[in-house]
Every structure is written in C-alpha cells, then in structure tokens.
Design a protein around this ligand. Structure first.
Ligand code: AGP
Length: 364
C-alpha cells in the first residue's frame, strides 16, 4: 500500500479497508500444505529449541499488548505451551524473574516503542531468547531481537492501529500453528487452522460490506456517557482492544472487563446511558455469555452484540461470519474498529491525529 488516500477521507478508514489485502500478504508464501504447517523464515528457532520451550511470555504496549493477549491464547490452544502477555511498560520495571526455558516475544507495530525496546534490552542482558513480532522492517526491536515474524501490514499512518492489530493477530496464529505442529497439534487440526486462515481475507471483506449498518449503530450509541465492553476468554482481548480504540479516537469513555467479572463490581455502572458491547463468539461459553446479557438487561442496560448469530437479548447484533473458534478474535475485532471510527466521525473528532497521542511512543 501507498500513502495515497485512494478516495478515503482518513488514513484510519483507508487502513481498515486495507485489511483484506494486508491479511492476504501476511499469509503469502508461508503456508506449507504438505506438512499442514507454516514456514517462518526469520524465526531462528529450530524444532529442538522449540520443543524445549516451557513458557511463552509476550510483551508489548497498547494495541500491541492486546494482540499479545490473543497470541498467548493461540499459543496455549494450538501449541499447548503455557503463555501469557504483559504490558512491556510494567514488565521492565518489576525486576521480573527471567527464566532460561521461557521464550520471550516482543510485539510492536513501529518497532521503536521505548518501553518495549527497554524490556527487550533488559531481557537480552540477562541472557534470554527474545523474538519479535514487528511490522516495520529493520526497526530497533527487529534488530535487537534474535529472530521473529514480520507482520507485513504495510505502512500504518493513523495513530490508531487497525490493520496492524489484525495482521499481528494473524502473525501470532502462524507462530502458534508452527509451534503446535512441532509439538502435539495433529495434521487434521493444522489443516483446519490453515483453511480458516485462508478464509479470513474474504470474511474481512464481508464484515466491511456491513459498514453502513455499523455507521447507523455508531450514530445510535455515540452519545453514551460511557461504554462497557465485555467478552469471555477469546472475546476478552477483543473487548479490551475495542474499548481502547473507542477511547483513543472518539474520546468516549469506555471500560473493558471479562464478562465473568461484571458481577464482581462493574455491574453497578450499568444503566441506559452506559451501553454494553458484548463480544460473543459461538463457542462453548455462549450460554454463560447469554446469562450475562440477562443480568445487564435486568439493569435496563442497552446491548450491542458482536456474534455469529442474532442475539435475542441484545438490542442490536453485528453478525460476523464463522471461522475456526481459535481464530474468532481476529475477525470479531474488525466491526468494532468501524464502530470506533464512525463514532469518532459522528462526534467530529480529528480521526488520524487524536489529541494527546503520538503514533509511536519513543520516550519513557
Ligand atoms: C494503538 O491504537 C495505539 N495508538 C497504541 O496503543 C500503540 O499500539 C502502542 O503505543 C504500541 O505501539 P507499537 O505497536 O508501535 O509498539
């Protein structure tokens, strides 16, 4: 992609629409159908080393951290390695125990975020193996890490990350599949995930074709006092990211919680002026999520669901196409990027340059 606006009014809108091609690009040349796996040329981690990994720790900031939450779930699910994500900004200050059997992964669009870079340098100094999941080729984090996966989203200009978020999540799916196939993921499951990855570009296009409908919903919810975003397990990182997206571009206050945590406090906030966006993949937690919607309805809360089928308890549902359950978070984030975009547009915000923010935070 180029810096040409190509008929779009803002970079954010352009970059949301570039996701179809961007996802195609992160997959291109990497799928190995014969062995139901992927080839990641720059990983610099052979099969023996990959089998020796006992834990994975993913570090990043903001949206990059949120992709790390998705990545950790994918690695646990597909490779059965315990994995978690932590804001790099916290990790670098807490004198963390650095374990030689842990694989550390730094994730960053720009590859220049100071907190993430400082975490990498501290880890390297202590002898850890650190990989990078980075968009900008040759950036500082790409140079300092031992190897990694390039995200190939193309240049992202808008301060608010969209296509890079999605592509990074896909890059984590590739990494998880690769690690999984070196360990215990079956050929059948490898093929299933590959088929799901190949469906993503067309499914993203399908979500984007629903933009007019999402624009109407954004107009309806734009005057909310605050918005609550909820999801369980696979839906939770999507809720986190959607809440950040809305806050940074529209300045509407938003909170994100695991749906299961609502009754431990945040339910007190629910009222008609505080609508809830519920991320509801059609997985084995759907019934639990529906019970949460009932609790919200009982407090007169309005609900906008993102789901695979119309949700009776919700006031509105954005229906997204089904993929493989492990890949649900990738697709479910896309309509919520459009929701944030159209909310900001309805409120007259400076979409590509939200107040107080910079594209990459290269200072402490
Ligand atoms: C994303 O919309 C934000 N602008 C921000 O959270 C960003 O993801 C974060 O600063 C990390 O940037 P990086 O990916 O370039 O490291």
């Amino acid at each position: 992609e180029s810096y040409d606006m190509g008929g779009h009014d803002t970079y954010m809108h352009k970059e949301i629409h570039e996701q179809v091609d961007a996802v195609d690009r992160v997959l291109r040349g990497r799928i190995d159908d014969r062995f139901a796996t992927v080839r990641l040329g720059g990983l610099n981690l052979d099969a023996r080393e990959a089998r020796g990994v006992r834990r994975v720790k993913i570090l990043g900031c903001g949206s990059a951290y949120h992709t790390g939450l998705i990545g950790a779930q994918l690695i646990e699910e597909l490779a059965r390695i315990p994995a978690d994500a932590e804001p790099a900004s916290e990790f670098r200050y807490r004198n963390a125990v650095v374990d030689p059997d842990t694989l550390y992964i730094a994730v960053s669009q720009s590859g220049e975020t100071y907190d993430t870079l400082a975490a990498v340098q501290e880890l390297k100094r202590k002898g850890a193996r650190v990989l990078g999941v980075v968009n900008v080729v040759g950036s500082a984090i790409a140079r300092e890490t031992d190897g990694g996966v390039y995200v190939h989203a193309g240049p992202e200009v808008c301060v608010v990350s969209t296509k890079c978020f999605t592509n990074t999540a896909v890059a984590f799916a590739l990494l998880a599949l690769h690690l999984g196939r070196i360990r215990d993921l079956s050929v059948a499951d490898g093929k299933r995930i590959i088929a799901g990855l190949r469906r993503l570009p067309e499914q993203i296009a399908e979500v984007l074709r629903g933009e007019e409908e999402i624009k109407k919903l954004a107009a309806e919810y734009a005057n909310a006092k605050s918005m609550m975003f909820i999801g369980r397990v696979r839906g939770y990182p999507v809720a986190r990211e959607a809440s950040l997206k809305l806050k940074e571009v529209s300045y509407v206050h938003a909170e994100a919680y695991p749906a299961s945590e609502l009754k431990h406090g945040p339910l007190a906030l629910i009222e008609p002026e505080v609508p809830t966006v519920a991320v509801l993949p059609d997985d084995d937690l759907l019934e639990k999520n529906r019970a949460t919607l009932e609790e919200i309805k009982a407090r007169s809360g309005r609900i906008l669901a993102v789901a695979h089928q119309e949700q009776e308890k919700a006031d509105h549902t954005i229906v997204v196409p089904r993929n493989e359950p492990e890949l649900d978070p990738i697709l479910m984030g896309v309509p919520l990027q459009l929701l944030a975009y159209h909310t900001a547009l309805a409120l007259g915000r400076d979409i590509d340059k939200p107040r107080n923010l910079a594209k990459s935070v290269t200072v402490e």
